[in-house]
Write a protein that binds this ligand. Sequence first.
Ligand code: DQQ
Length: 531
Amino acid sequence: MNDPNGPMYYKGVYHLFYQYNPQGPVWGGDIAWAHSISHNLIDWIHLDIALSPTDPQLDIRGCWSGSTTHLPNHNLAILYTGRDSKEHQFQHLATPKDLNDPFLREWTKSPLNPLMTPINGINPLEFRDPSTAWRGLDGVWRVVVGAQVDGKWKALLYTSKDFEHWTKSDKTAFYLFDNDLVVECIDFFPVGINGSDGDNHYLNEDQYEKKFAMKVSFQANKRDCYVLGQYSPEIDEFRAESEFMDKGCDLRLDYGKFYASKSFYDSEKRRRVVWGWVMESDHDVDAHIRGWSGLQSFPRTIVLSESGRQLIQWPIKEIEALRGDNVNFQNKELHGDSVLEIPGVTASQADVEVSFEFEVAELEEAEPMDPSWVDPQLLCNEKNASVKGTFGPFGLKVLALDDLSEQTSIFFRIFKTNIDTEKYKVLMCSDQSRSSLKNGVDKHIYGTFLDLDPCQEKITLRTLIDHSIVESFGGEGRSCITARVYPKLAVNKASHLYAFNYGTKSVKISELNAWSMRNAQFESSIGEENH
Ligand code: DQQ
């Protein structure tokens, strides 16, 4: 599997479609829309493929990514990209064959397809991934599609009154990218500090006062970046507050392996939820041996931070239902150069929440921040988990062997700046350099700065560990780093969990909670009892 497609909630059922190759365990030319459903976003039933390539003129070379939209009268629509026999890309519509089928198993492609064609300078090979549509107060539907037009990448706006006949807006671009990177899977949605602010089903005047987020997946570096800004529906203008890849400190949904994400508004729980594709870091040959490749991240809620400067993501509450045995301790001093085992949970499948605090007066002695350290990922590479410091590295070692020869470290460092407005910089890293004793798997180190003042608040970390996937949420969800790792020996019972501090200064664990996690349930076809 690769990209999540058209997630939605409809009449009590969650639907997740995703890019899936029925011919083999790696991406292939006749990629389809697979379909799974869930009642709780945890346990899933895999249904038959919803959209397959069928037509040489429309989509024979793949039903590529797209979105779902809720239409009036409980109707639904999929907009997706189809590639024809020449690999030219078009946008197509599909609707449920039977709206009374609670699982919406069958979808019908519109006889009007294609609805959007690559004309007027649009590169036919680079025109894809329609967003969820939104309807303005004027009753007109709008959708954005990423495209390369006369050599420049743009988010194009298309409008329609009936959802079937679409015209490209006169505007040169809804958004014009200032780099030459291939743009995929644009997501555009309202955000606020409450989950319900993320409702994009029917935009109302209040929402236009709010901020909007535009998320873009840059193919070249496989990054899901976003900007925040103001959207004026009367003139269909999105004014972003920052630029993508602005001075290397861009806003990203995740600073690790997380790509082609797609969000949806869950009207039942009044929240916006996002999924991302966690791709492999080994080779196709491994995928063939394993029989599969690629997975979806844990679903995460997404809101605007109170500061309004960034998005906050957090694993959906439902995940807590999988929690089993718990270990808890409070006020534990982690002296300099110490490693503390956290026993009593299944370390290979666990949910860990920890908060660290410090003597604020002592922070004065933190290492000075060099103004040239603008790239946090580079800094995490230079100062990896084994490089000792003053305040940090401290954090967790997960999927670790008892001699630590195999381990993944998620950790923080605190630096002191000479800037009055931001006295300290907190670096968050996920170090995969020793995550596997196997050769040939990607062992990158990821990193980001946390928008957090350590004098004012504790530094928290939540890490979800699932055998070979490590999803970490720093600073209450301000920064996320997902790692796909391939431990060779630190598996199942040989896997350990540790807290550590390799700084010279002590840090205090104010509280740590770790839980063993139960398995989610999967069914690969629908049994009678589910009807
Ligand atoms: N994957 C799809 C495309 C999309 C890309 C094809 C992103 O629609 O642009 O599988 O991973």
